[in-house]
Write a new protein. Structure first.
Length: 434
């Protein structure tokens, strides 16, 4: 059994519960994208994901403030639960984790391995949280540890950027790509960028179509609660984004993008093949912008000298048999992404255009311009050239038949129904490949 001291040997000091992770250059993605593609390997954190950075920070501060009799309680996503359980073991305090019964038994086993009290209760995470909070109310020194929405969590997550600055020898990257669930990671990344003086570095914030609460909020200019969150990227399954994420998106260049589940799953498989590393679909969502080369359409000015960084957030909700199931269900999916209120389609590597959003109609309808406005309002518009071009000149291939399934998936998805209803019409025009 590891002791607190053993685990912390990997950290330079005992200031944190997380470890400094490697920034790996990906030869395969760099070749594919024709720019330096770096992977911040958060999957190598002791609890299996970046979550231990923010949650570790919050848990340490809580113990400092309220002493060793404190009792951590949580009912958030699996990676949060694992981080809380790990933090409790390291800090030698009690933790009670409530997970809904629908969670894969193998994940229950992982939490039990960390030695936390585990309760299986409720049909979903919301019911589990109600139970956890009821337990908390009966404790003398209990504290609820949320997944994302706490300044200590953002502060802990912001350490990614401080490490990155040293690892990139102070040179700012052309962009950082990260997945977004509740927004704790995004908030940490943006506050970190602002603290290290990298205010111009854009963040490409990736969700899946079934969990796009950040994108919906940016488009609407206010918090939006999705009626239902439905995605294989379970760790992104949050119905309302943190209000801090929306606030920060007005102050920092952020491009919200949503990808299909199929793209996220396919990226997980490619990543396992290329880097011999398994990550869960939440992380695959961010990687998919690279595997599909959509990132080049978002940032057309990328050159061989540019650096982009993908936060490989990791995650424990992935097993070997999932890779096989993903291959059977999702191999070579058509590429469907949403940017703001626009939907783009792409297939294969050669590029032609299909989807042009009628931006005037969108403006007249008063929807969908949030992303563009967000960019124009920035203090340094030059740094953001590429983004406006996503709207104006992104070139995508259409293959109507192959894309039909994905499109109807999009339309079936209750999570984005409210947004679909207000989408401007999309003209489809098939142009032969060059
Ligand atoms: C592996 C992984 N990636 C990304 C996220 C999204 O992070 P956040 O909820 O802080 O936005 C999560 C959240 O649980 C996660 O577990």
């Amino acid at each position: 059994m590891l002791t607190s001291q053993d685990d912390n040997q990997v950290t330079a000091d005992n200031e944190y519960l997380h470890v400094k992770t490697a920034l790996l250059h990906s030869p395969s993605l760099s070749m594919k994208l024709r720019c330096n593609t770096w992977l911040k390997m958060e999957n190598m954190q002791p609890s299996g994901s970046f979550k231990i950075r923010g949650i570790g920070n919050m848990c340490m501060k809580a113990v400092e403030l309220r002493g060793p009799s404190i009792h951590f309680v949580t009912a958030a996503g699996v990676n949060t639960c694992l981080a809380v359980a790990y933090a409790a073991r390291q800090l030698n305090v009690e933790a009670t984790i409530v997970l809904p019964k629908i969670v894969d038994e193998r994940l229950f086993d992982l939490v039990k391995l960390e030695g936390a009290n585990l309760i299986a209760m409720g049909e979903d995470f919301e019911q589990a949280e109600v139970h956890a909070r009821a337990l908390l109310s009966k404790m003398r020194n209990g504290i609820y540890i949320p997944s994302s929405d706490n300044p200590c969590i953002w502060e802990g997550n912001s350490t990614i950027i401080k490490e990155l600055k040293t690892q990139l020898r102070g040179e700012p990257p052309a962009a950082i790509i990260c997945p977004v669930g509740g927004g704790g990671l995004l908030n940490g990344i943006i506050t970190g960028l602002q603290q290290v003086g990298w205010k111009q570095v854009p963040v490409i914030a990736v969700e899946t179509h079934g969990s796009n609460s950040f994108q919906a909020a940016v488009v609407a200019g206010k918090l939006v609660t999705l009626p239902k969150s439905k995605t294989i990227a379970k760790s992104l399954s949050v119905r309302t984004i943190s209000s801090k994420s929306l606030e920060l998106s007005l102050d920092h260049p952020v491009v919200p993008f949503a990808v299909s589940d199929a793209m996220a799953a396919d990226a997980v498989r490619h990543f396992a093949d290329d880097h011999k590393t398994m990550v869960e679909p939440a992380c695959g969502a961010a990687l998919s912008l690279c595997y599909t080369q959509v990132i080049r359409d978002i940032l057309p000015s990328l050159s061989e000298n540019s650096d982009i960084v993908v936060i490989a957030t990791g995650g424990s909700d992935i097993f070997l048999d999932d890779l096989d199931a993903f291959r059977r269900k999702y191999a070579n999916p058509p590429i469907v992404v949403k940017s703001g209120s626009e939907v783009f389609l792409k297939l294969g590597d050669s590029l032609s255009s299909i989807a042009d959003v009628d931006t005037e109609a969108a403006a007249a309808a008063g929807v969908g311009m949030a992303v563009i406005d967000n960019i124009r309002n920035d203090r340094d518009p030059g740094a953001l050239d590429g983004f406006t071009r996503v709207v104006n000149s992104a070139k995508y291939i259409a293959s109507e038949q192959q894309n039909k399934a994905e499109i109807s998936n999009l339309q079936d998805n209750e999570g984005i129904a409210h947004e679909q209803a207000s989408l401007p019409s999309i003209k489809q025009e098939i142009i032969p490949s060059p």
